[in-house]
Design a protein around this ligand. Structure first.
Ligand code: FES
Ligand SMILES: [Fe+2]
Length: 338
């Protein structure tokens, strides 16, 4: 029977949980991530902790608990757990998850080993280079859809759909792979124009350097070359897989704050307009056009690539290392030194 398939589940990944300002001291937030029911909580002194939601005693949900100093107390029979899930007094410990705070974002590690990589700052550097630039998030939007992160991330290495689906470019070059290692895949797409940005059909060159950090975090460094000037901005796509294929998508757009771009007032206005418009189009695309494809498409173990889709083929192979079970061939993990 020809059934719709979803991509396999994910492992060995840092998942974006929330922004640091979204949780206060002595607050408990219930979450579902990669099919696990969890609680994120912050102690009185400000220590963050992510634990299994269900108390190991009789299974009460810790969301209904109380923070007592540096402990979370289950309010059914008053067992207490510290930030590492260690039970005080008699009783089993509660599994805890490793957290990493990067910039103003909190990530949690999901994998059956200790973390094998770290999340870099997404608000420093540009296009995969560790340069001195610093960035500030201008706008963030959170959406929830029934498709897997891979459906979204694949698009960055899909050269043909820019023309056939989004009708965004007059021509395209093959997508170039800049580098890859066991947790990061960097590629570059170049295309000309997006008439709807400028309304007057003035063509411009857009270079998108896309960095995937694990299977759920994507940074797009964009350089727009327009009327003899270059403008820079970044898209940050953070996928939080919840249950099965249901995923939260947190999309942000960032502008460069350091070193300051030397721009005249009209150029500043253009950049401001351009960045906002780019974000609006991205959200619209996400909400309507791409959603229709992503929510209904099936996962193919062996896609039938065009010759110019080599980068997509390589990305597909790279991505398989994060699948819990590889459905196709046995894929070796890309070594750390690569
Ligand atoms: S269920 Fe939590 S203490 Fe009994
Ligand atoms: Fe797309």
């Amino acid at each position: 029977m020809n059934l719709k398939m979803n991509p396999p589940g994910l492992s060995h990944l840092w998942v974006f949980i929330t922004f640091t300002n979204k949780i206060k001291c002595e607050q408990i937030i219930p979450l579902t991530i990669v099919d696990k029911h969890l609680v994120l909580w912050k102690s009185q002194s400000g220590q963050l902790s992510l634990l299994d939601a269900y108390c190991p005693h009789l299974g009460a949900h810790l969301e209904k608990g109380t923070i007592k100093g540096e402990m979370i107390q289950c309010n059914f029979h008053n067992r207490k757990f510290d930030v590492n899930g260690i039970c005080s007094g008699f009783g089993k410990n509660n599994p805890s998850y490793i957290l990493q705070q990067v910039d103003n974002m909190i990530f949690a590690w999901f994998g059956d080993t200790a973390p094998t990589w770290e999340v870099p700052s997404f608000l420093k550097g540009f296009a995969g280079n560790d340069d001195s630039s610093e960035w500030k998030i201008l706008k963030t939007k959170k959406l929830n859809y029934n498709f897997a992160p891979k459906d979204l991330l694949d698009n960055t290495v899909d050269p043909i759909h820019f023309k056939t689906f989004h009708k965004q470019c007059d021509n395209y070059k093959p997508i170039e792979i800049i580098s890859k290692n066991h947790f990061c895949f960097i590629s570059k797409a170049t295309f000309i124009g997006h008439p709807s940005f400028t309304k007057r059909n003035i063509p411009f060159l857009l270079e998108l350097v896309t960095e995937s950090y694990g299977p759920t975090n994507l940074i797009v460094s964009a350089t727009a070359k327009f009327l003899g000037r270059e403008y820079y901005f970044k898209f940050i796509f953070l996928c939080t897989p919840k249950a099965s294929i249901n995923t939260d998508y947190t999309l942000s757009i960032a502008i460069k704050t350091k070193p300051k771009q030397k721009l005249s007032i009209p150029q500043r206005l253009f950049l401001f307009f351009y960045v906002r418009e780019a974000f609006r189009i991205q959200i619209k695309e996400f909400r309507i056009e791409s959603r229709n494809i992503w929510e209904t498409k099936t996962y193919l173990e062996n896609p039938d690539y065009f010759p110019q889709e080599q980068a997509m083929n390589e990305y597909n192979e790279w991505y398989k290392q994060f699948f819990i079970k590889d459905l196709t061939t046995k894929v070796k993990k890309i070594p750390i030194e690569a």
